[in-house]
Structures are given as C-alpha cells and as structure tokens.
Design a protein around this ligand. Structure first.
Ligand code: KG4
Length: 333
C-alpha cells in the first residue's frame, strides 16, 4: 500500500511516502532558525510557517518518491498531541486531500509514531516491549503490546526531558534546540563534577520530574556568579545530562522488571542523545535485556513514523471520520 504521511505537531513540517514499511521519501523543513531567537517554539509563528511549508513539502515528498498524488492509497496525518494551531494546518490539509481525492484518511497519535519509529530501518524488536519516549513535549514509558496497543505506565509530572535540556541551554546561552548543544558541551565535561538531584519520586513510581534539575542548575549558576567564579559550562552540561540519563534508564529498566518484559526501545528527540544510548546499551546488556533505538534521524519528529503508525492503525480499525478533530494531549493510555 502507498501511504502519504503528514506531520505538523510542533515546529517541523514533514511529509513522507512509504510503500508498506519501506520509505520512498522522507522530507522535513525545520523552523529552528525562526524560533532560536526566542529560545523556544512560538506557537503563532509555528502555525504560520506550517501554512507556507505544507504544500511544497508534500509535493517534494511525492516527487522524491516518484509517484503522483493519485497513486496514494492512504493518507496518515498527526491528529495530536501537540500545538493545536500547528496540528490544524497539517491535519486540515490532509482532510482536504482525502475529501477531494477520495483517499482514506487515518488520524495518528504522534506518540504511536515515536513508539514505532524503531521499525524504520535497521533491526526491529518483537512485541511486547517497554518504550521510553522522550522529546520536547513528553517523557513517558509505555508497554507496547502490538503495533496498535500501547499502555501508558508513567509520565512526567512537570517538564519533559527535552524541555529541560532546552531550558538549561537557554539559561546557559547555548541556543535552540538545546538538546544537541547541551550534549555537545557535555562531551567535554566531567559528569560527576556537580551533584544535581535525581527525582525518583515514590518507590516503584514510573513517573518523572525534571523541574528540580532546572532549578538546581539555575541555583548553581547564581551561586557561582555571586562568588565571582567562572561558569564551567561543560561540567554543568555533563552533570545535568548524567542526572537525566540516570533517571531515564533506571525507571525504564524498572518498568521492564515490573512487567516481566525482556525488550527495551527508546524514541523521541532526546533518544538521539549518545550518552543516553550508551547508558541503555550497557545497562540492558548487564540486565539481560534486548535494547533497540531508532536511527538518529528517526528519533526527532518525522512523517515516516506517522505513515507507518497510520498503516497499522488503518489495518486495525479502518479510516478516521473526517469529522474528527485534532487534540492537544495524547489519547494513548
Ligand atoms: O521528538 P522531537 O523532535 O519533538 C518533539 O516532539 O518535541 O524532540 C525534540 C526535542 C528537543 O527538546 C531537543 O532539544 C531534544 O529533543 N533533543 C535532544 C537531542 N537531540 C534533540 N536532547 C538531548 N540530546 C540530544 N542529542
């Protein structure tokens, strides 16, 4: 089946064409340069830019896949979660295509895309698996039972992990998006030089909290400045990253133990972080668990994962009504 995937949940406009699970094209325009001067995504600007980009991005994806729009057999578009103004652009565009051309439309939960992105090339896991999804908008642990059945086991009670990386980067003047820049600095620093808090919450809890780390970094910066001491940005980044990585890895492995699952998968923008990938590789090996991570270019938002999740959702439940609306909070539970 030829699937056109469309993604516009945050600040990337993306389209992809898949023939079943084979990627024929995967196109993305990033708005990083627009939002970088604000240190984060400005929703109003994001939706305006999606409006300009959506048609050319879809056209390019079709051209690169060497197919015509009339060849498409299924349109899969992100319905949520995300910024409502951004989602409305991509999803309304997808609805219009579906209505005019008579092709079925399936609305996709962005989280399902991240949970399945590990199937886009490389070695694939067997079900069931524990999926840690960490991005700018979420930090959640799911039990993935099949391509369409996901049980939410834990989530952040405040900031998402990626959001914490972005805020620390802003505080340290490193720019946006913060994750890759903090990681770059961290590679030069000592991860044990500053002791930032690890929020374990209640014993056995699979929820996260990262706002304490953000405050701890802010307090550390203020303290150093008040003493007239230089900021060791590399050490701050390395110590902060280590605190986040330790909690993410520990709670994901705890989820695997609690549910007697032998496979761990990660996804979302933060899963591109090489320290996180290394820590998972080592800890899973030690615990006798199989570990899978998506290729780095499929960790961050992309439309290929939306097309893939859409294909499975369509095969399971058929098309989504054109009356269905977008939503801001994930409906996976
Ligand atoms: O999945 P994604 O593209 O978008 C959302 O759905 O949010 O994730 C973007 C987030 C940003 O917060 C970005 O700073 C973070 O992922 N990120 C990273 C890295 N690359 C991207 N965080 C830590 N280390 C990285 N290498």
């Amino acid at each position: 089946m030829l699937i056109l995937g469309i993604e516009s949940s945050c600040d990337d406009t993306a389209a992809a064409v898949l023939r079943d699970n084979v990627i024929l094209s995967n196109v993305l325009t990033s708005q990083d340069t627009i939002h970088s001067k604000f240190g984060g995504v400005v929703p109003e600007l994001a939706s305006r830019k999606h409006l300009q980009a959506i048609h050319p991005v879809v056209e390019t994806a079709l051209q690169k896949a060497e197919i015509a729009l009339s060849d498409v057999q299924l349109i899969a578009a992100t319905r949520g979660p995300g910024l409502i103004g951004s989602l409305l652009v991509g999803y309304s565009y997808a609805k219009a295509l579906s209505y005019v051309n008579g092709q079925p439309l399936v609305g996709v939960d962005h989280m399902a895309g991240h949970i399945l992105s590990v199937f886009l090339g490389g070695k694939s896991p067997d079900f069931p698996y524990i999926a840690l999804i960490v991005s700018g908008g979420t930090s959640s642990i799911f039990l993935a039972k099949s391509h369409t059945e996901f049980q939410l086991l834990g989530r952040t009670r405040d900031d998402a992990a990626g959001e914490a990386f972005d805020k620390i980067a802003k505080l340290l003047g490193l720019g946006y998006p913060g994750g890759p820049r903090v990681a770059e600095q961290a590679a030069q620093g000592d991860p044990h030089s500053i002791s930032f808090p690890r929020a374990w919450l209640d014993e056995n809890s699979l929820d996260f909290s990262f706002s304490g780390d953000k405050t701890a970094v802010l307090n550390h910066v203020r303290q150093q400045q008040s003493k007239g001491l230089d900021l060791r940005v590399e050490d701050i980044c390395a110590s902060f990253q280590e605190a986040v990585v330790e909690v993410l890895v520990s709670k994901t492995l705890l989820a695997a133990r609690q549910h007697h699952i032998e496979t761990v998968v990660i996804g979302g923008g933060v899963s591109a972080n090489s320290r996180l990938r290394l820590a998972f590789t080592g800890n899973c090996l030690e615990a006798g668990l199989a570990f899978f991570a998506p290729q780095p270019n499929y960790c961050t938002d992309n439309a290929a994962m939306i097309a893939l999740a859409g294909l499975h959702a369509f095969n399971q439940s058929g098309p989504t009504s054109l009356d269905a609306d977008v939503y801001s909070r994930s409906q996976l539970g």
